[in-house]
Design a protein around this ligand. Structure first.
Ligand SMILES: [Zn+2]
Length: 87
């Protein structure tokens, strides 16, 4: 499987928050890699509920941007352990 950056899109300006919400909606609140969803009672290995975050396909450290085409919705399981590699 491809690996992704551990960086998350954590800009909390109103425009960025709205953009994150739009991305979650577009992804149907599911991980765009493994499909784990908030509304299908997926659970992590430790039994805690799945959460989703917005990450970067191309790490900022590697020249990636904060533009929408560089953002991807991931579950926390896929998001963890990605290193700084690009998708
Ligand atoms: Zn996932």
């Amino acid at each position: 499987m491809s690996v992704l950056t551990t960086e998350t899109y954590n800009d909390n300006t109103p425009a960025a928050v709205l953009q994150r919400i739009a991305l979650f909606r577009h992804a149907h609140y599911a991980c765009q890699l493994c499909g784990a969803s908030l509304d299908q009672r997926w659970h992590q290995q430790d039994g805690s509920p799945v959460d989703i975050v917005v990450g970067y396909k191309h790490a900022l450290a590697n020249g990636g941007t904060t533009k929408p085409d560089n953002l991807i919705v991931l579950c926390t399981m896929c998001h963890e352990g990605k290193g700084t590699n690009d998708l």
